[in-house]
Ligand binder design. Sequence first.
Ligand code: ZN
Length: 618
Amino acid sequence: MAAFVTICVASRGSAQPALTLSVDASQARMKILHASLSMPARSGAVTLVYPKWIPGEHMPSGPISNLAGLHIFADGAELAWRRDLVNMNAFHVTVPPGARVMTATYDYVVPTGGGAFGATASANAKCAVINWNTVVLSPEGEDPDAIRITASLKLPAGWKEAGALDVARVDGDTVHFVPQSMTMLVDHPVVLGEYQKSFVLWPAGSDVGEHVIDVVADSEWAVRFPQTRIDAYKRLVREERAVFGGVGHYRKYHWLLTLSDSLGTFGVEHHETADDRVPENTFVDDAAAKFASLLLPHEFFHSWNGKTRRPAGLINGGFEQPMRDDLLWVYEGLTNYYGELLSARAGLISPEEWFDELAANAMSVSPAGRTWRPLQDTADSAPFLYLSGGGWSGWRRSTDFYKEGSLIWLEADVTIRRLTSGRKSLDDFCALFHGENDNGRIYVKPYEASDVYAALERIAPYTWKDFFEKRLTSKSAELPLGGAANGGYRLVYTDAPNMFLDPPGAGSLNAVGSLGLHITADGTVDDAAPETPAYRAGISNGMKIVAVNGRRFSVDLLSRAIADSKNTRAPMEFIVDNGGYVSVTKIDYHGGLQYPHFERIAGTDDVLTTIARPRLKQ
Ligand SMILES: [Zn+2]
C-alpha cells in the first residue's frame, strides 16, 4: 500500500534542511494517507525519526504503530532500514557515498478509535483531519525550527481543504502550501471534507483581525448554525482578546471544527488554529452546544496561554525529548477556568449555567483521591493519566489540574478582586503575563512557576507562592472552594439536574453524587467512587447492573429508584453481573438524586456574577 511520499533530508549542520513532503489523502475515506518525503542525501549513517512528544497533547502520543509501508531510497535505490531498539520512533539507514537525494515513502493508516487526541480516528466517509506530525519523518538531531518543509496535500475528489496554513497554489485536487518550518507545519493541522463551510467571524483587515471557524461535518445539516450562535462567537473573539489587553500572538486565527460522531471528542491547541472535534449535532442543538461551549474559547485561550507563554519544561527542542508537565495547572488549569468563564461572557451560556459548570467541576474531583495524590502529582503524571481508563478515577484521580485548576484560579480571581477592592482582576494578570505589545507576532516565551507568582504579585501583592503551593500539595479530602465561598456561593447537592455532568443524549446516568456510580446506557458501571454507598455494597468498576428492585435494568428505572429512595426505608436491591457471575446486593441508600450546584450565601457580595459580566458593550 505504499504510496507516494518522498522525503528529502539535508545533512546535519547544514543551514535549513529542506524537505519536500507530498501527502496523498485521496483515499482518506478508506482511512489511509500516503506520503512521500525527499531531502538532499548525506552519505553514511542516517537516522530518520517520527515525531513522538506532541505539543498540546502533553505525552509521547505520536502514533508510531500506525506508520506502515515504509521504504527508504537513495537516488532511487532502496536501502535496508532497522528500527532503533530503544527509540521505537527512529529508523537507521546507511546511505552510500555520492548519493544526492534520499527519499522515503510510507503510509499513515488512520485508526478508527483509541489513541490520544490527533492519534485517534481522523477520517471517515465525509471528512478528515490532517495532523502533519502523523505523516512526517525528519533527520534525527535536526532542530524542527530549522527544518524547512514544502508540503502538498492531494484531496479526495470533491472535497475542500481549510485551515490557517498558508496556501501557495491549488493544482486540481492538490493543495500546495507555502514552505514552513517543521515546527510551524505541525502547528497547522488542516481539515478536509465534502461538507466544508467557513464562518468568517471577523475578516482580515477588521480591527481584531481575521477570525474564522473552518467546519467539516458528517452532514450538511450539521453546518446550519443558527445566527445567534455565530453572533455569540463573534462576541467571544472580542471578549477573549479583551482579557489580554487586545493583543494576540497570531497573524490570523482559524478554529478547525469537526462535527462528527466518529472522529473523537477533544481539542488540541495551536498558535493560529485548534483541532476541535465534537459530535455532529453540537452546533445545531442548544443543549449540545452549551455542553461543548467551553471548547472553542478554551483552545483559543491556549494561543496565549500554552503556545506563546509556555512552561519551560514543555519546550524540548523538538519532538524527541520528553516534556515535563508539572506546570499544566497553569497551562490547562487557567485555560479551563477562562474557557468556561468566557463562554458565559460571550453569551454561549448564562452566568447561572457557568455556576453549574463550576459545581460540576467540583463534583468531578474525588475527595478520596485527594487524600493520597496531591493535585501537583496529577500534572506530573499527565503523560499517562490522560490515557488511564477502566474506572477508579475517584481513587486514582484523573487529569484534575483542569477542573480543580478552575476552582483554584477562580479563588485567585476572587482574591485579587478582594485585595484590590474590585479595581483589579485575574484579567489584569493575563494582560500582563500574556499580552505583550507585539500583536500578530508568533513566538514562544518560557516561564517557571516563580514568573507566575511574580506577575500576580505585581497585580495584587499577596503570598501567591504559598497560596498555590498549599493547594497543589494538599492531601486533604476537602475541595478548594474558597473562590466560591468568598465569591458569595456554596456548593450544594439537590435533585435538580446539572447539564454539565454528562453529554446530552449519552443515555448514561451520573449517580456519583448519590450511589457513587457512573453507569452507561446498558447498565455497565464505567466508574465507581470509593467510600460511597455502592462501594460499601460491593458494586464496582466493570460490573453490569442487570436489575433494580426486581425489574430489568434501564437508566430511567434506576434514576426513579434513586429518586424514590427518599420515601422508603427499604434498601435498593440490585442484581449485578461481574464477569459472568451474577449476585444480588443491597444498597441502604435514602438520599434521592444528588446533583451539584452553587447556591447563593445570603448577605454576601455576589462576586461570581460580577466576574461573569461581559467586559465589552454588547
Ligand atoms: Zn487545554
